[in-house]
Design a protein around this ligand. Structure first.
Ligand code: NAD
Length: 503
């Protein structure tokens, strides 16, 4: 395997794409203005396939964070007063624009986060889906009237926007994971300050600012501060202005973000890591289970919170499953994501690669066997299948976030459930069986926020609750569940007749 050496974006300068702002991406987006980097430090955005710099963005400072929150706070009340259909129309227009810019976005996904065309298609579809549903929330604010225990009183539960929403997102599905918060937040009358991941400041933030700017969003409602999490993250998440702190990322960082948010009386909404199990029972349709297993492990190089982290396979099917999965892994075309036939691109950066490779090496040293792959070149990690794996090996007990499929045998449904639940995470999972009632029993016993029968864990639909339990997070995203998070209920009672007080 040889890493591609051609330069970035096959001749397409990302600062000159149609979607790019007039002076390129090297700016913060504050109060409706593209503020140039000035004397701020710069972040080099690197193409993980070629290891070349594709653009630079400012490294935002704590002062920038303060300014962005002050702008958002000032702008929010007037935005909340706008008619809901006007707010919805702007979100819908931004959603349309993403579709119009799909080619530019696919290039950006490739050069900024190593995403292949298939992943670009998924991500644009997911982003547009969540924006579409998000826009609709403007008209569904869900206030209620309730009778009172006090004679002559009427109770109203009025739903109001939360206020300012702070958003921190990761690099793996940057546009989607950002739009699933930003779109409903804006539709519901909030303002937003967004800090995208330092690996993907363009697709994770600045492109959305561009789409909303073109869609006519008033100044100050969406503000984007690119920056390093380790430099401005604590200040951002512990700030006194936001009412909601939406964080998507690792459980380790998320725990600190949640603690700092609560310390400022800010509601945390945390979508964190996973260690998802793909469980193949003894009566499974083997081919279906293998097809699903390959897709769930290797799509976007396994870099999704809901990727399969562990394959648990009944001992009677184990050898055939491992051979079938290894065969699939070996056939996947690896290469530059800009090449149309590529299905497996690079992982995002060196520290992720070193972590993945380290887990594989340590697990092999503890007795795991490499059945396919096992190598790497630059940031390209081969789709790898490991057999003879036990649940306590590093590749299985950690979220590896790579194109690695460790396969663990089990003897009974009870043992499969015990292994699947032997993790602090609880995000997604899957169960294969030709007996749906049996699969359902296993699904019920899996301690996760989401389980998919005769499929694999990679599922997200814009109108279905998404989220996990345990170290996988707090709260649910999408549709009415994110509406709960992004609004607050106020009890207004009206005493319509004079009330009798005891004195
Ligand atoms: P990460 O936690 O390292 O970074 C995520 C974001 O947090 C980035 O924007 C980063 O700059 C910021 N950050 C870093 N330190 C911070 C700090 N001290 N305070 C505030 N923000 C800080 O995560 P990652 O490795 O980039 O992303 C992968 C992780 O995200 C995996 O664990 C994956 O499972 C998880 N994830 C979860 C979901 C979900 O919906 N549950 C979706 C995608 C990814």
């Amino acid at each position: 395997m040889t890493a591609p050496s051609n330069s970035a974006a096959r001749g397409r300068d990302v600062d000159e794409l149609e979607i790019a702002p007039e002076n390129g991406w090297n700016a913060l987006y504050l109060d409706g203005e593209w503020v140039p980097a000035g004397d701020r430090e710069l972040i080099d955005v690197e193409n993980p396939a070629t290891r070349t710099t594709v653009t630079r963005v400012p490294s935002g400072t704590e002062d920038d964070v303060d300014e962005a929150y002050a702008i958002a706070e000032e702008a929010q009340a007037e935005w909340a007063e706008r008619p809901p259909q006007e707010r919805a129309a702007i979100v819908s227009e931004a959603c349309e624009l993403l579709g119009e810019y799909a080619d530019d976005l696919a290039t950006l996904f490739a050069v900024e986060c190593g995403g292949v065309q298939l992943k670009a298609d998924f991500e644009i579809q997911l982003a547009q889906g969540t924006m579409d549903v998000g826009a609709g929330l403007a008209m569904r604010d869900g206030g209620r009237r309730k009778d009172s225990v006090t004679p002559g009183k009427e109770n109203l539960l009025v739903r109001e926007p939360a206020g300012v929403v702070g958003v921190i997102t990761p690099w793996n599905f940057p546009l989607y994971l950002t739009s699933r918060v930003v779109a409903p937040a804006i539709a519901l009358g909030n303002s937003v300050v967004l800090k995208p991941d330092e690996n993907t400041p363009v697709t994770g933030g600045l492109v959305l600012a561009k789409a909303f700017e073109e869609a006519g969003l008033p100044d100050g409602i969406l503000n984007v501060v690119p920056g390093y999490g380790h430099e401005i993250g604590d200040h951002f998440s512990g700030h006194s202005v936001p009412s909601v702190m939406s964080f998507t990322g690792s459980s380790e960082v998320g725990r600190g973000v949640g603690q700092r948010a609560v310390g400022s009386y800010t509601e945390p909404a945390l979508e964190l890591g996973g260690n998802n199990a793909h469980v193949v029972l003894e009566d499974a349709d083997l081919e279906r289970a293998i097809d699903a297993g390959a897709f769930g492990s290797f799509t976007h190089q396994g870099q999704e919170c809901i990727s399969i982290n562990r394959h648990l396979v009944h001992e009677s099917l184990y050898d055939e499953y491992v051979a079938g999965l290894a065969d699939r892994a070996e056939q996947l075309p690896i290469g530059d994501p800009l090449e149309e036939e590529t299905l497996v691109g690079p992982v995002i950066n060196e520290s992720q690669r070193d972590k993945i490779v380290g887990f594989v090496e340590e697990s092999v040293a503890s007795g795991a066997t490499v059945e396919a792959g096992g190598g790497h070149d630059g940031l390209f990690v081969e789709p790898t299948v490991l057999s003879d794996v036990t649940g306590d090996m590093p590749i299985a007990c950690n979220e590896h976030f790579g194109p690695i499929a460790p396969v663990i045998p089990f003897e009974s449904d009870e043992e499969a459930i015990r292994i699947a639940n032997d993790t602090e995470y609880g995000l997604s999972g899957s169960v294969h069986s030709t007996d749906v009632a049996r699969a359902r029993d296993v699904a019920d016993a899996m301690e996760t926020g989401m389980v998919h029968i005769n499929d694999q864990p990679l599922n997200d639909e814009p109108h279905i609750a998404f989220g996990g339990v345990g170290a996988s997070g707090l709260g649910r995203y999408n549709d009415e569940w994110i509406l709960e998070t992004l609004t607050t209920l106020k009890w207004i009672s009206i005493q319509r007749e004079p009330r009798e007080y005891p004195y």
